[in-house]
Design a protein around this ligand. Structure first.
Ligand SMILES: N#Cc1c(N)n[nH]c1N1CCCC1
Length: 328
């Protein structure tokens, strides 16, 4: 089988939300290659924590409670959720898991309550970091992958308009040139890979170092690189500065932003300058940068700012996982 689903950006491309059918309900979930739990708003939650989101009905005929199973997850941004576990049919654009662990929230943090466009998350990292106790559950991809035409999924994220995820096949209309594959280190449960040198702007190679280990994370809005690369980038953005009050680099919204070329698997991938204007700060006609330092996170994250510039293939067809990137 295969699946194809639209990936709809929230405001400022903050996250990408996809329709998922669970039993007879359709919920809109944040597809996240940086985490491994499929969790949903549910009828078990206090109404004070729900602001218009669709609630998974745990009393529906097709939902089977997994007695004694619970989950609790917290994300790097301080948000979190917890609850109990059901099994139900989950259909993503035609790819169907007949018995998928659906983690029904009994409580969510305020960040999720106020994210009115999202009814929950669909994790696409590795099942080794699923947070269900006493037994971790498989991700949707792990549940269905043996039934897919090919054991892979792809992400085509767009700015300000629908992109798509596919399951089981590569859509050759989504990219130009060839796909460059590189090995994945999933020892931390993420789609980890090694990135090489970088060049700021179209000029000569002013890559002053290599980026090193990184993860591909659709659930992170921005791109977080080592300090040296970030300082090198903003040294070429006139009027830019680090704002402790905003918590990152900002610049005049009128600034001209250079591109950033990153070498992966020996191929240079160009992120256009426009990708690095994330959002207005709300003060002084300054804008918040889509590229920020990875200090404090502990690893380098190629989030949506980077992923919008490529077609990404999350591939387990070779036995060992690999990730592919192509220009789009
Ligand atoms: N922080 C964080 C984070 C991440 N690195 N990947 N996905 C994340 N979230 C998904 C929903 C909230 C945060």
């Amino acid at each position: 089988q295969t699946g194809t689903v639209a990936a709809n950006p929230e405001q400022y491309d903050q996250a990408y939300i996809c329709p998922v059918t669970i039993g007879s309900q359709t919920l809109h979930l944040d597809f996240d290659t940086g985490s491994s739990d499929l969790w949903v708003f549910s009828n078990l939650m206090p109404s004070s924590e729900v602001d218009g989101q669709t609630e998974f009905n745990t009393n529906s005929a097709g939902a089977t409670k997994k007695d004694g199973y619970t989950w609790s997850i917290s994300y790097g941004d301080g948000s979190g959720a917890s609850g109990v576990v059901y099994a139900d049919t989950v259909n993503v654009g035609g790819a169907t898991a007949t018995s998928q662990a659906v983690e029904a929230a009994t409580s969510v943090s305020s960040e999720f309550t106020s994210d009115t466009g999202s009814d929950g998350l669909l994790g696409l990292a590795f099942s080794s970091i699923n947070q269900v106790k006493p037994t971790p559950q498989t991700t949707f991809f792990d549940t269905v992958k043996s039934s897919l035409e090919a054991e892979l999924f792809t992400a085509d994220l767009q700015s300000n308009g629908p992109g798509s995820y596919t399951f089981g096949y590569i859509d050759s209309s989504k990219y130009t040139g060839s796909i460059t594959y590189t090995a994945v280190d999933n020892s931390q449960g993420f789609w980890g890979f090694t990135a090489g040198g970088y060049t700021v702007g179209g000029g000569g190679s002013n890559s002053t170092g290599t980026i090193g280990s990184a993860i591909a994370d659709t659930g992170t809005s921005l791109m977080y690189l080592p300090t040296a690369a970030v300082q090198s980038y903003y040294s070429q953005v006139s009027g830019s500065s680090y704002s402790s009050s905003q918590g990152g680099y900002i610049f005049p919204c009128s600034a001209s932003l250079p591109s950033l070329t990153v070498s992966i698997g020996g191929h240079g991938f160009v992120v256009p300058g426009s990708n690095f204007n994330y959002s207005p700060t709300g003060s002084g006609n300054t804008c918040f940068g889509g590229l920020q330092e990875n200090t404090g996170i502990g690893f380098t994250i190629f989030g949506d700012v980077f992923l919008r510039a490529v077609y990404a293939i999350f591939d387990e067809t070779q036995g060992s996982p690999r990730i592919g990137f192509a220009a789009q």
